[in-house]
Design a binder for this molecule. Structure first.
Ligand code: SAH
Length: 239
C-alpha cells in the first residue's frame, strides 16, 4: 500500500500538492526550479568534501524531482530518494532512467522508512524540505535514526528574520519571481538555533553551518558565513 499524503500525520497535503503541480518543470533549469539547479553544484561539493560520496550509502529525504539524489548517484553514491509527492517521484524516476543512473525512489514518509531502515545509511540528506513539514523535529529524529553511528547528516532550509522575509519571500517570489508565490510561508522558516537544537535533541553533533547567498545582480549563489537567509547545516551521529 502506498501512503497518501492526506493520511500521514507529519505531511502537509497542501505542500505536497504545490510540488505535484509543478513537477514537470523540475529538470528545466529556466523554470521555477532554477534556484535548486543553481545551488545544486554548491551543495553537492559541500557534501562530497565532507563524506566522499563514491561508494557511500545515502538516503535523500524530500528528494523531489531528484536533482540532489541523481547528482549524488552520478558521483558514485548508492542513493535512495524518498518524497511524498507522486509527480516529482515519477519525474525523478524517468530522468534517472533516461540518464542511465541508478537511484531507488520511494513514496514514503521519513518516519516510516526510519522504522524500517534504522542505522543503514552512511549519509542522510534533507535539503529544502523541513520548511514544508508540520513538525520538522520529527523528520530530524527520523534522519538521526536512519544514519549509522559515526555517519553524516545534512540539512538545508531558510532562516526566519526580517531579512530572510525580504529576500526569500518578497524578493524571490514577488520581485524577481524566481519562485511561485506561496512557495514559502514565513512562520515555517527555521532559525539555525532551532535546527541545531532539534539536531542535538536527536543526538546529532552539529559540525558546521554555512550560508548560501544569492547575489541578484550577478545571479550567482555562493557559500559563505552569512546564514541570514539560506543555509546548510552538517551534523554527525556519535560512534
Ligand atoms: N530536496 C530537494 C527538493 C526540495 S523541494 C532539493 O533540494 O532539490 C521540497 C520537497 O519536499 C518536495 O518534493 C515535496 O514534495 C517534499 N515534501 C514536503 N513535505 C514532505 C513530507 N512531509 N515528506 C516527504 N516529502 C515532503
Amino acid at each position: 500500500m502506498t501512503d497518501s499524503p492526506n493520511t500521514v500525520p507529519n505531511v502537509d497535503a497542501g505542500e505536497i500538492a504545490k510540488f505535484n503541480a509543478l513537477a514537470e518543470q523540475w529538470w528545466d533549469p529556466n523554470s521555477q526550479f532554477r534556484p535548486l539547479h543553481d545551488i545544486n553544484p554548491l551543495r553537492l561539493n559541500y557534501i562530497d568534501e565532507r563524506v566522499s560520496l563514491p561508494g557511500k550509502k545515502v538516503i535523500d529525504i524530500g528528494c523531489g524531482g531528484g536533482l540532489l539524489s541523481e547528482g549524488m548517484a552520478r558521483r558514485g553514491a548508492n542513493v535512495t530518494g524518498i518524497d511524498m509527492g507522486e509527480a516529482p517521484l515519477a519525474v525523478a524516476r524517468i530522468h534517472a532512467e533516461q540518464a542511465g543512473v541508478e537511484v531507488e525512489y520511494l513514496q514514503t514518509p521519513a518516519e516510516k522508512i526510519a522504522e524500517e531502515r534504522a542505522g543503514q545509511y552512511d549519509v542522510v540528506t534533507c535539503l529544502e524540505m523541513l520548511e514544508h513539514v508540520p513538525d520538522p523535529s520529527s523528520v530530524i529524529r527520523a534522519c538521526a535514526t536512519l544514519v549509522k553511528p559515526g555517519g553524516h547528516v545534512f540539512f538545508s532550509t531558510i532562516n526566519r528574520n526580517p531579512k530572510a522575509f525580504m529576500f526569500a519571500i518578497v524578493g524571490a517570489e514577488y520581485v524577481l519571481r524566481l519562485l511561485p508565490r506561496g512557495t514559502h510561508e514565513y512562520a515555517k522558516l527555521i532559525k539555525p538555533s532551532e535546527l541545531a537544537g532539534w539536531a542535538r535533541d536527536a543526538a546529532l553533533d552539529v559540525k558546521d553551518t554555512t550560508g548560501m547567498v544569492y547575489n541578484p545582480l550577478t545571479q550567482v549563489y555562493k557559500l559563505n558565513r552569512d546564514v541570514s537567509v539560506n543555509y546548510l547545516m552538517y551534523a554527525r551521529k556519535g560512534d
